[in-house]
Design a protein around this ligand. Structure first.
Ligand code: URA
Length: 259
């Protein structure tokens, strides 16, 4: 990982301004590997060196990555006058400048959202060219029939004539299903099932690429992860491999009807 100036790291990784950082350094409140450092221009490697400010460890390498399990009622935005945002699920020490949700879930949808300040990574994850798959566990109003699975695999046409890319699905018990999309149009999963005469009653995002939502991350909880974990999101695993992992972690959801 590239080296970064100490004052830049402190300003990026906290809510302090560049001027605040100058003052804090002058006061001797900053330590690098346990030794007080006054020089803001010193280059450090945040992956190898530990930086603390007033005794509190400055988190993250060059960028910060936080998974949240979004509950109903939160929107995927950085600020909003009416609704709660996913940023409110993150504690203040992780709420660094430039943190934003990479991708969206509807206000009534739940599940995996990545928050990061790494614009380049977010672009790779969301760009239609990258085709990073997103997996959704849905509860449907009607049982998913074989012909609907075939139509989804060919690519359905939405009510406004939008053509969707082929999507793999797996029917589960009690009208639950897993669906994997390689694109992210507005309300896409709901509209795809609606185009087949079905209705999504509940939608929970369970995986992005090869990264499956950790089973013990309850709704509303967050987890800081490392860059190498995020890279798993961009690795292409087969539908079957990811589905097996999802089934292992989430079968209790549909068996105990928790969705
Ligand atoms: N598709 C939807 O319809 N809603 C979501 O929140 C995500 C995908």
């Amino acid at each position: 990982m590239a080296e970064i100036r100490l004052d830049k790291l402190l300003a990026n990784r906290s809510l302090y301004s560049r001027n605040d950082v100058k003052m804090i350094l002058k006061k001797g409140a900053v330590k690098v590997d346990g030794i007080t450092e006054y020089n803001g221009s010193r280059k450090i490697n945040p992956d190898l060196q530990e930086v603390s400010c007033y005794g509190k460890k400055i988190i993250g390498g060059s960028h910060v990555y936080v998974l949240v399990n979004k509950p109903v009622g939160y929107i995927c935005a950085t600020e909003d006058k009416i609704h709660k945002t996913v940023l409110e699920l993150v504690p203040d020490d992780l709420k660094i400048k430039g943190l934003f949700p990479a991708g969206r879930l509807d206000i009534d949808s739940t599940g995996l959202v990545l928050l990061t300040d790494d614009g380049e990574l977010a672009h790779r994850m969301l760009s239609p060219k990258s085709h990073v798959p997103k997996y959704y566990l849905v509860k449907l109003a009607h049982t998913l029939q074989h012909d609907a699975i075939e139509k989804l695999a060919e690519g359905v046409v939405l009510s406004d004539k939008t053509i969707c890319l082929p999507a793999q699905t797996q029917a589960l018990q009690d009208n639950y299903a897993l669906i994997c999309l390689h694109e992210g149009k507005y309300h896409q999963v709901k509209r795809m099932f609606a185009s087949l005469g079905n209705h999504v009653e509940f939608l929970h995002r369970v995986a992005i690429g090869g990264l499956v939502l950790p089973e013990n991350l309850a709704l509303g909880e967050h987890l800081e992860i490392l860059h190498k974990d995020v890279e798993i999101m961009l690795k292409s695993e087969s539908f079957q491999v990811v589905c097996e992992q999802i089934m292992k972690r989430f079968s209790s959801y549909w068996i105990n009807k928790r969705l």
